[in-house]
Design a protein around this ligand. Structure first.
Ligand code: GLU
Length: 473
């Protein structure tokens, strides 16, 4: 059975790159009828924050990722201890009493010589007695993994292909720090092995860690899983996507009014090409189609415009009006609008093509909700230049008579007014638009008048007429 995991460190909000890793892990597991593990990697006590853990979980749920098992590394220290002991007992690990100053000296020496640093191996061959003596003196020590000299470590990455790294490139590495906390490379192996992970899917920045982990798997007699390292996501300038490029966390996009379905769908296309060339794909279709072997090994470039476009497609075509109403309500309430669900559904039915994000909706839909927009002097001047007073009087009579309830009826009404008054259509539309919304641009006035209840239309017209009267007097 396939089992994957997503293993975030709770040190910040969920980054788009990590969200894509989570999505690919999820899709791969579900495609194979397998399971996904969510594991919070919070061994770094200083940088890990409970708030971030909560935010990660909330954002993953919001995105639509479901996991089958949940773990927190901070609750597993006892388990890690047992495996450290195993490695010490079998000679695969040893105590290292080198002080930070000594190690720093080694590092500087390597730098001076212009060679890559690796631990000298000074404590590699301490005798049992020497170790006991130093321990009894209370000397702090780390625990290092004994890396076999000159060993070539080879693995066949499911995305990147065969990768070969020589153990001499890194040397004996620390698995338990001198403060007693185990390191990432060690705990990740114990966890992945004990949790039965078959496929490790993660960012390519972890490739240098993989050979170290493979050595630990082998030393502990664990089966080595498959690895799939995903290419980085780049910003438009082709450097690694970061805060410099603007919003990079899932939370940012959620607040901007991106739909989870659209973000999920969009992130899938960063580095993966669906075999059927379709771009708008539901979660079910994605589960059906996704395979790690179709992930590109070259980096993907994040394209914000495309994400916004896709969000617009989801708003206009994919969600039902009812679903859209539910998503958009909090944004409209936040703007202080009052309305009921039936009215909102009528509005969205005709005007869901006027915005690409939920956050844009309050301003784009304002004319459907706000009757008492300010009537500035400038606005009244424009209206009177258009001859709006006469036009609006006739319009309001026609509205009383015909109560138009769809764009065609509104257009017919404008024709009648034009016939009665002999003025230009432009003057009629602009007068109406300014009287209804205060602006010349925005949603179609035929759409607005189809949805807005008659009493509110007449209210707005009368308000403008009185203001025009007042301005004249
Ligand atoms: N906690 C690690 C990270 O956030 C997980 C790496 C892994 O998936 O092995 O990068």
């Amino acid at each position: 059975m396939v089992k994957t995991r997503f293993a975030p460190s709770p040190t910040g909000f969920l980054h788009l790159g990590n969200a894509r890793t989570a999505i690919f892990s999820y899709l791969f597991a579900k495609h194979h009828g397998g399971k996904l593990v969510l594991r919070i990697e919070d061994t770094d006590r200083e940088r890990s924050k409970k708030e971030y853990e909560e935010a990660l979980i909330e954002d993953l749920r919001w995105l639509g990722i479901e996991w089958d098992e949940f773990y927190r590394q901070s609750e597993r220290f006892d388990i890690y201890k047992q495996y450290v002991q195993k490695l010490l007992d079998s000679g695969h690990a040893y105590e290292c009493f080198c002080t930070p100053e000594e190690l720093e000296k080694e590092r500087q020496e390597a730098q001076r010589k212009g060679i890559a640093y690796r631990y000298s191996g000074k404590c590699r061959n301490l005798s049992k007695e020497e170790v006991e003596k130093l321990k009894s003196q209370g000397r702090p020590f780390a625990i290092r993994f004994r890396v076999p000299d000159g060993k070539d470590i080879v693995f066949n990455d499911l995305v990147k292909g065969p990768i070969r790294i020589n153990a001499d490139d890194f040397g004996d590495f620390v698995i338990v720090r001198s403060d007693g906390t185990p390191t990432y490379n060690f705990v990740v192996v114990v966890d992945d092995a004990l949790m039965g992970i078959t496929h490790v899917v993660r960012g390519e920045d972890h490739i240098p860690n993989t050979p170290k982990q493979i050595l630990i798997y082998e030393a502990l007699g664990f089966k080595v899983p498959e690895f799939a390292h995903l290419p980085v996501i780049l910003g438009p300038d082709r450097s690694k996507l970061s805060k410099r490029h603007g919003a990079v966390s899932v939370r940012n996009y959620r607040q901007e009014g991106i739909l989870p379905e659209a973000l999920f769908n969009y992130l899938c296309l960063l580095g993966w090409t669906p075999p059927n060339d379709k771009e708008i794909l539901s979660k079910e279709e994605l589960i059906d189609l996704f395979d790690l072997k179709d992930v590109n090994s070259a980096p993907a470039v994040f394209n914000r415009e495309k994400l916004l476009w896709m969000n617009g497609v989801y708003i206009r075509e994919v969600l039902s009006v009812e679903e859209l109403a539910e998503r958009i309500e909090p944004f409209l309430k936040e703007a202080g609008y009052e309305f009921d669900r039936d009215y909102l559904i009528k509005v969205l039915d005709l005007a869901r093509d006027s915005f690409e994000t939920l956050k844009e909706a309050p301003s784009k839909l304002e004319p459907f909700f706000v009757d008492d927009f300010p009537l500035s002097e400038e606005l009244l001047k424009k209206l009177s230049d258009l001859g709006a007073q006469e036009i609006l009087k006739v319009v309001s009579q026609e509205i009383e008579k015909t109560s138009p309830s769809n764009p065609e009826e509104v257009k017919a009404l404008a024709k009648n007014v034009q016939k009665a008054l002999g003025v230009k259509p432009k003057n009629i539309w602009q007068s109406l638009r300014l009287a209804m919304t205060g602006k010349l641009e925005g949603v179609g006035i035929d759409v607005l008048l189809s949805v807005l209840p008659k009493d509110r239309v007449l209210y707005r017209i009368n308000r403008v007429l009185s203001a025009l009267e007042g301005a004249k007097a």
